[in-house]
Every structure is written in C-alpha cells, then in structure tokens.
Design a protein around this ligand. Structure first.
Ligand code: URA
Length: 252
C-alpha cells in the first residue's frame, strides 16, 4: 500500500514539475470580464468550483487537477496504443490559457519527447501562434490522442472514443475562451460532426461556453502551403474574439 502511494506521489510530483516547467505559470494571459463571467454550461466535467473569495489564487485549483489528470493519463491502458508508446503526450502550456490548440495525435518527435507539436508541424504551429502575437507558453496545446499511433496512421474510432474524455476533462479544467481544432480528427471529436474540415472551418462552433474554430492541420499546410491563407483568416477571427491586436501579418 505504502509503495503504491509512494509511486503515485512520485508520478504526481514529476508531472507537476513537468507542467510547471512548460507552463511558465508566472505569466498567464490576462483574463477579461467576459472570461470571468464564462457561461455555466461550459464543458467542465472536472472543472473546479468558482473561486469563493478574492484570497483564492486563480490558477491553483485547475493546475492541481490538471496535474492529477496528467498523472492518470501517464499510466493509461484504455486502448492498445499504450503498448507501443514511448511517452504519453498529455499537453503543454498555460493551464489558464484563453486559447487552446488541439491536434490529432503525437508523431514520432512528440512520442520521444513527451511534448505536443515539437516536430515540423509543431514549428509551423509555433509560427502561427507567434503571428497571432502570442508565445507558445501563453496558450495550451494538446491532442485528441495522447499516444502515438504506429507509423503516424490516422486515429481509429476506438482510440478516439477512449481518449476523448481526457481531452474533454482538460478543456473543462483549462476553460479556454476559444479552442482551435487542428484538422478533421480534432474537429470531428470536439464537435461530434462528420462534416469535412473545409466545411467546418472559418466560423465558430459553440461548445458550452467555449468557441471552437476548426481549421487546417499544420501538417496539411506543410504539404499544401496554399491553405495557409485560410488558416490565417481563421486565426484572425480568433484574435478578434480574444481582443488580440491585428497587425496584418501572418501566412508565413
Ligand atoms: N501532429 C499532431 O496532431 N499533434 C502533434 O503533437 C504533432 C503532430
């Protein structure tokens, strides 16, 4: 019993350290009044109760719950992908982010490092985030699947079904104002839709109190650079929603 508890606490402390390193917790984006007044019907399976008094630190409850969720995911065996993964790629970034990006699944680089979007597609995602006037540490980045499918094949329905609750709980804890769904798998899972990404993109889809903007996946843009202008159009809508300054750059 003591060993189990010791192991669990060690996992918790490792995951917590990991999240803290990645999140630069000291620099959350400013939340505005609209965020504070977020609608009660947001996706919030495990959302912490609203702060009861001013003395309560804003970030703490969801950071602890997110750390616990990451610990839970780190030992997940709910689908066969656990057998071939090197690392669970839970997510990274600001646990208080107003903006969250959700991709499809970790690739080889992500599996090796345990971090989302660190390969070529990740470099392009970083450029997109920076073109929006943000840094990676300002936003939260996660995937629909937390484990790499062998040879980067597409997620199977069973994998998406088993893993989606982790994503829903992540969103419920972070409570971003907007979620950018990168590619058709993330969009389909979040919106429960079979529509093509080309039909879904370009407009917000409300999910509880959160606005979901589907757009093309950065890996698609690497193969089809002509799609960048559409992604930039979509990101400008996200920037407008979040009150971020539009500087007229992008499409890099
Ligand atoms: N593609 C994704 O969808 N997610 C990653 O983390 C990397 C590549």
């Amino acid at each position: 019993m003591m060993d189990d508890r010791g192991d669990y606490l060690q996992i918790l402390s490792t995951v917590r350290r990991h999240l803290e390193e990645r999140a630069e917790l000291a620099r959350p984006l400013e939340k505005d009044a609209a965020f504070a007044a977020k609608s009660a019907d947001s996706v919030q399976d495990e959302a912490p109760p609203p702060p009861k008094s001013e003395e309560k630190p804003q970030a703490a409850p969801s950071v602890d719950a997110l750390t616990a969720l990451a610990a839970e995911a780190s030992v997940c065996e709910l689908c066969p992908l656990y057998a071939t993964r090197t690392n669970v790629v839970f997510g990274a970034g600001n646990p208080n982010a107003d903006l969250m990006f959700v991709g499809e699944a970790p690739g080889r680089d992500e599996d090796l490092k345990g971090l989302p979007f660190v390969g070529r597609a990740g470099q392009l995602l970083t450029k997109i985030i920076e073109a929006m006037g943000l840094r990676r540490e300002d936003v939260y980045i996660a995937n629909l699947l937390k484990c790499r499918p062998p040879e980067n094949r597409n997620p199977l329905p069973l994998e998406a079904e088993r893993c989606r609750p982790y994503l829903e709980r992540q969103i419920g804890l972070i409570q971003p104002r907007a979620v950018v769904a990168l590619g058709s798998y993330a969009a389909a899972a979040l919106l429960n839709s079979k529509e093509r990404i080309s039909n879904l993109r370009g407009r917000f889809h409300p999910l509880g109190g959160i606005q979901v903007m589907p757009t093309y996946h950065p890996a698609y843009l690497l193969r089809n650079p002509g799609g960048k202008r559409y992604v930039w159009e979509d990101m400008q809508k996200v920037m407008e929603l979040l009150g971020l300054e539009q500087k007229g750059k992008g499409q890099g």
